[in-house]
Design a protein around this ligand. Structure first.
Ligand code: XMP
Length: 327
């Protein structure tokens, strides 16, 4: 079987049975490719890398080492979930690196969006490379490349974000067990592998994480306000049956303050902006119109529970003209 290209006649994986069949085939392929060698994986907790981890654990067990780098810009509960699912439940060989201080120190005072992205991306590779160098005998690097990544890089739409970036001394052979799958198929396979729904149906989350939702120079207190308000939004969406129905939803806390009043005293705090959008291709995006009662409830909860917020706004702007993220 050609493991690099999706066969033209490949049946779309739409049922648990087809997912099981794919898993069985891939386990065989991985075993043949890897033999008794060791494999390394950067496990972000996103759908693709999580499914790759679960497939590899099934195929080669502790020949796989996963590295989860917490850059301090993850959502509330994410690192804990990765540790619980992969280390505690799936018994994976998981190295957890809390690099929060390292990232936030480097980002301190940096307000330019592209510079922020470069720092986050560059530092991520450095932390991962440091961990890789500590390990002996790694031959393969596993990646969560999926078929749209290949199509988009072939079409010149975006550079294939995987595969690259690691320094010269770290050249590994690639293992890409979901390379020929579309996203919905990756989810099917993840579900069949027993990953929790919260992971399998996770909304898209950008690599630079909450960093792009804390516009301008990131400060720890404003970042915490983004993280806490995002957690409230996700909790309320789940309670109200909107999880998995709305394509992407999150909060942004911009770097300016306005006057408010609380308990008879003047406050001078940040606003929290809610964004909830739907799309099929992310080129054009429409805004989800939430029920008024839910908005009222969100306003009350965010103001009461998130320090530093005295105003909640809703972003009604489609894309174009606005992008999904704020920077
Ligand atoms: P924009 O803001 O460009 O977002 O309309 C479109 C989609 O891409 C995600 N996004 C990113 N994902 N790294 C990523 O991995 C990034 O730097 C990045 N910027 C935006 C965004 O969340 C949305 O789903």
């Amino acid at each position: 079987m050609d493991i690099l290209n999706r066969p033209d006649d490949m049946i779309r994986i739409t049922t648990p049975e087809l997912a099981e069949q794919y898993i069985a085939e891939q386990v065989k392929i991985i075993k043949e490719q890897v033999g008794d060698k060791k494999v390394l994986l950067a496990l972000s907790g996103g759908v693709d890398s999580s499914v790759v981890a679960a497939l590899l654990i099934k195929a080669i067990g502790d020949q796989l080492t996963c590295v989860h780098v917490n850059h301090g810009l993850l959502r509330k509960g994410e690192p804990e979930q990765v540790i619980k699912v992969f280390r505690d439940e799936m018994k994976a060989n998981l190295i957890y690196v809390d690099a929060t201080d390292r990232f936030l120190d480097k980002l301190a005072g940096v307000s330019d969006p592209e510079t922020k992205r470069k720092i986050i991306g560059g530092e991520f590779i450095e932390v991962f490379a440091e961990e890789a160098r500590k390990l002996d005998g790694i031959v393969f690097l596993a990646q969560g490349t999926i078929w749209p990544d290949i199509l988009e890089s072939e079409a010149g739409i975006k550079a294939h974000h995987n595969a690259g970036g690691l320094p010269e001394d770290l050249k590994f052979e690639l293992v890409e067990p979901v390379r020929i799958l579309f996203k919905d198929e990756v989810r099917m396979v993840g579900k069949a592998l027993g990953l929790p729904d919260g992971m399998v149906y996770r909304q898209p989350f950008p690599g630079p994480g909450l960093g792009v939702r804390c516009p301008g120079a990131i400060t720890r207190d404003r970042l915490e306000a983004v993280r806490e308000s995002d957690a409230i939004l996700r909790e309320e969406f789940a309670k109200n049956g909107l999880e998995g129905k709305v394509w992407q939803y999150f909060t942004v806390v911009p770097d300016f303050k306005s006057t408010g009043v609380k308990d008879g005293k003047r406050t001078f705090d940040w606003p929290c902006i809610i964004r909830a959008i739907n799309t099929t291709d992310v080129m054009e995006v429409t805004v989800e119109h939430l029920p008024a009662e839910l908005i009222d409830h969100l306003v009350k909860r965010i103001i009461a529970e998130v320090p530093g917020i005295n105003r909640v706004l809703y972003d009604f702007t489609p894309k174009p003209p606005a992008t999904v993220e704020y920077e």
